[in-house]
Design a protein. Sequence first.
Lengths: 231, 231, 222, 222
Amino acid sequence: MLNFVQSAAEAVAGISDGATVLIGGFGNAGQPMELITALLDGGATGLTVVNNNAGQGDAGLALLIKERRVDKVICSFPRQSDSWHFDAAYRAGEIELELVPQGNLAERIRAAGAGIGGFFTPTGYGTMLAEDRETRMIDGRGHVYETPIYGDVALIKALTADKAGNLVYRKTARNFGPIMAAAAINTIVQVGSVVPTGDLDPENVVTPGIYVNTVVRLDAPARTERERSRQ
Amino acid sequence: MLNFVQSAAEAVAGISDGATVLIGGFGNAGQPMELITALLDGGATGLTVVNNNAGQGDAGLALLIKERRVDKVICSFPRQSDSWHFDAAYRAGEIELELVPQGNLAERIRAAGAGIGGFFTPTGYGTMLAEDRETRMIDGRGHVYETPIYGDVALIKALTADKAGNLVYRKTARNFGPIMAAAAINTIVQVGSVVPTGDLDPENVVTPGIYVNTVVRLDAPARTERERSRQ
Amino acid sequence: MSKGLSSKRPGSQRLGKEQLAQLVAGDIAQGSFVNLGIGQPTLVSNYLTAEQHVTLHTENGMLGMGPVAVGDQIDEDLINAGKIPVTELPGASYFHHADSFAMMRGGHLDVCVLGAFQVSATGDLANWNTGAPDAIPAVGGAMDLATGAKDVYVMMSLFTKEGAAKLVQTCSYPLTGVGCVTRIYTNEAVFLIGPDGVRVRETFGTTFAELQERIGVELLDD
Amino acid sequence: MSKGLSSKRPGSQRLGKEQLAQLVAGDIAQGSFVNLGIGQPTLVSNYLTAEQHVTLHTENGMLGMGPVAVGDQIDEDLINAGKIPVTELPGASYFHHADSFAMMRGGHLDVCVLGAFQVSATGDLANWNTGAPDAIPAVGGAMDLATGAKDVYVMMSLFTKEGAAKLVQTCSYPLTGVGCVTRIYTNEAVFLIGPDGVRVRETFGTTFAELQERIGVELLDD
């Protein structure tokens, strides 16, 4: 059931300890920073987080990891110049890493939303990321067996929602949002604006409302300022 | 390489005998009738056709089947009140039928375009359509192994193309177009209008030009009249 | 859940198709996303109220489908899965066939209502093929609907014209899906299929005892 | 194919990075769809001409990517795979991550240009992990790019600072993809990898004989 709430804190209130949380965004584009911050403030722990990265700088996911609220990260690119909180947790053996090629990450999330039980892909075949994995030769080409990544919760960011929960995104901020919305039981979205049902052109809806559970409108944040001031 | 041609005949000129032809449309919506008619006129034979149906009435795919130019149909719903040409060919043993649940048909076409070598789906498990198929229990649920459906050619219909080959569709006429465009080596599109590059909003492009090879603009046909007069 | 029709009325009449459609419509929870199969299930849409906020899905690529189009509303590019011209409601969205079936197959539809030739005591559904040797088979989206929706409701007459029960121990017709049906709405009774067996929720113009006598499946009284 | 640089010039100089980028750019066929990896391959975009009509893909969800954004053009929602703000060209389109990687993995990109630690004689690529025991691994889209594009061009220096050849019989670093590289552009030569082996297309500031002496892979003269 779709509901509209007034704050990020309210939006994430139902997230339990031990939940698998899909977090959208690639770089800052599409990153639901306010929802992540609310998750941090809310106290849920023992989380599995699925994101392209493993946190940057001293904000959002990086702080969740710093505070040891994340037991496991499933991502494609944890190592960055400013991924120091992940790096420290990883080297201390206090976080589990499942490293997944980015296309497999996307396709596995898509599979979860689409009811696909598993699939074969050439990506990763013959590499150490496919060690101990089921493989199959298909038309003479090596393939690796990959399984869906389901979320208990998805935290994503979109540009606009209508009152039916339909979403549109902006430029490359679309990235993981649509597939994560479909892969999670409970999809929570922060948007810049909410418009009446009927204001979005049905041809241009990217995420239909069926995939959305909770919407919170947040004023466009002055993000860089905000992140800095948090420290 | 993208090219714009002046007639449906020119558009389909390169289709060879024995080709696998993906044909878009669900009912009349999105059906590239002029391209199918041109394929009929062009003479290619021994075709494998992938479509949701197996031809209706006395036009398009039904005529291709009537003239025994189709060796095999891969579809979900061949039997209709007006599928008499398919029915006759089938009962005469002169056409092969691969019957596929509609969702498997769509997902297999999508897999071909997306580089997926095969996938497991619950649809069809335990039914006669999965007899002699590989199955697997995944999380306690029976799944059937399905393989991609590649096309040598796709014939589809869109509303508008820009000069970069980007496409937008109209309402439920979108149906199989986007996935067939991605699954075929040679994608041929009939459109109602062609606009300058830059006129389509990049947020609303449904089929990016990378999937399109040939575009032909055809005046919106008075289809019903046309079909009747053909007989 | 059912509105306007009290349960266990052995003296009352068997339901007509419209009454049955009304009963199903009343049972659909507020805010549900629903796919109505071709034929009798389509009637359900006539009894959904605005207050229910039910969103209809059509597998040829649309959410937010409105009533059948009439007159000037008819648009060749806007049809339902039965290829009937329909209309669009505010909040609608369009998507391609793979996305549409992903929605269904990924378990996002709350309810799908289908017709049936037979349903088994464990919820197996047979609704696509009579198995006649000369028939040309056609399956469409039936198997995807049967396996994909969270709840599959079947609407059917309880008996064939020859008097054979269509609720059976094991389907003799070719299956559409295994263990997928959760409810059966018939002209004589509503059945709930669960892990413990087939439960009779309510009867129309008959009694539990009469039903049990005529149906070769062990029934549980509600 | 290569423009402005004649082949086999043993007396001429080794190529600098910009010259190498220019060489690669000139080799990309008109109308191609291309993904340029992070780092050195990005330089190629500076030498693509308008007449080439090359469309750039970025795996975070865009076709028709323009040059790096400067000043007022900078938009947090419009970045490339290296998370650098970029611009949008007419004819661009946006799509989600699964659609973007489907485009790559489905074999729709004509060329992808990547850096490398090592390439083997059979086109195996190692470019994501040095195998150092204390390193935190990160793969990003490298494996998808390596296995998905029709042609994978590698740009790299031919030798490490220690003088070891990076074109090797068998990669010692962990693989990114098997048998995927079709061309290697280096400061000293261009190599074509085909079913018959590794062919030297042209050399810069060196000779075929000198190369063969320094590289432990059997080379074919063009």
